[in-house]
Design a binder for this molecule. Structure first.
Ligand code: ATP
Length: 354
């Protein structure tokens, strides 16, 4: 099976071709880079409008160049067009949905509607070969733990406010660093020492907004969580940014790791996969790997090109859905900015026990 995947939920205008025979995933991505501030939905949608045709053309070119003898010239180079239906920014999703419908019609192949968060999970299941892992999705707009039960991916724990990457990006905007902030925090944290910041886990859920306010206050005024008097020890006003970055990482990733451990314990699973752009962070991976090691669980983090938003994961899950007959009639192909992973009937895991 060969599937064209298209991704455009937020910043990545991306197209990919997955061939299930060779397991080859070709990805072409054009990233939206805001001139200042964070992601602006209308500007991001304009980026999709400009960039999607080009990345799709490159992906289709690749599909034609690698078209084997079993697929005669003149036939469509792919069996289906898969696209991200959500969750994501409405204006971006609509632009990409329109492109996907048009391509499915012009190529004469079915449409497959993929949930972006389930794709973040399934790419890890695909590259790890694990049967039934727990998945931690740590991305820009989301943070949650998923596990399969009775035909659905259940949300075992999630953020009560912002996504984990967006929270980090809000802090770095405050400091004046350009988007995306995650890699800059990771770099700065290498030189930092721990200062007290809130740590908020409630049951299986976590919250990031209080930590972010505290981090901004610490940076501005030197007020850390246990230091209501303000002022840092060296007499300057703010806590050094390196210390704030280090402490942010320790607390936020510690929270994610704690809930992940509980999810493994609750489900009895001994396999963990990581998904989402924040999963590129070495400290987060280190904490998760150490926790898994201590409980004798296997840990897998896909390569970075599959962690950040990318159409490869859409094409890979799209192929599994297509093989299961899970295609989408045109008239039902509306996008959904709030599409939750537990809304998706998991049609492609028929071998799975309940
Ligand atoms: P979603 O998948 O929820 O729609 P998204 O579209 O924002 O999220 P992703 O590509 O999954 O996109 O993640 C982007 C986020 O990852 C950004 O917030 C960015 O700051 C963060 N990020 C990227 N690299 C790192 C890193 N090394 N450490 C921490 N965060 C990182």
């Amino acid at each position: 099976t060969r599937v064209l995947g298209i991704e455009g939920t937020a910043w990545a205008a991306s197209a990919a071709v997955f061939d299930s025979g060779t397991d080859d995933v070709f990805i072409e991505t054009d990233a939206y880079q805001p001139e200042s501030g964070g992601i602006h939905p209308r500007e991001a949608a304009e980026h999709m409008h400009d960039a999607i045709p080009k990345v799709v053309e490159r992906a289709l070119e690749h599909a034609r160049e690698t078209q084997g003898d079993e697929r005669p010239a003149g036939e469509p180079p792919v069996d289906a067009v898969a696209f991200s239906r959500g969750p994501g920014l409405g204006p971006c999703l609509r632009t990409v949905g329109t492109a996907a419908r048009a391509l499915s019609q012009s190529l004469g192949v079915p449409l497959v509607g993929v949930n972006h968060m389930v794709a973040h999970l399934e790419i890890g299941r695909h590259t790890s070969g694990f049967d039934s892992p727990v998945c931690l999705n740590a991305s820009g707009a989301n943070a949650h733990l998923l596990a399969y039960r009775n035909g659905r991916y259940r949300v075992l724990g999630e953020t009560m406010d912002t996504g984990v990457g967006n929270a980090i990006d809000k802090f770095t905007r405050h400091v004046g660093w350009s988007h995306p902030g995650g890699p800059k925090v990771e770099e700065a944290a290498k030189e930092g020492e721990y200062v007290d910041l809130p740590y908020v886990v409630k049951g299986m859920d976590f919250s990031f907004s209080g930590i972010m306010s505290a981090a901004k206050a610490a940076y501005d005024d030197g007020v850390s969580a246990n230091d209501a008097s303000g002022g840092s020890s060296d007499g300057s006003d703010g806590v050094p940014v390196e210390d704030v970055c280090y402490s942010l990482q320790e607390n936020i990733f510690g929270m994610l790791t704690e809930v992940t451990e509980r999810a493994l314990s609750l489900t009895g699973s001994d396999e963990l996969v990581l998904g989402g752009g924040v999963g590129q962070n070495a400290r987060l991976r280190e904490m998760l790997a150490e926790m898994c090691d201590q409980r004798g669980a296997d840990f897998h983090a896909p390569e970075p090109r599959f962690l950040r938003d990318n159409a490869g994961m859409i094409a890979v899950l799209g192929a599994k859905m297509y093989d299961a007959g899970d295609t989408l009639p045109l008239e039902e192909s509306r996008v959904d900015p709030d599409f939750r992973p537990d809304q998706v009937p998991v049609t492609w895991r028929t071998d799975e026990p309940d």
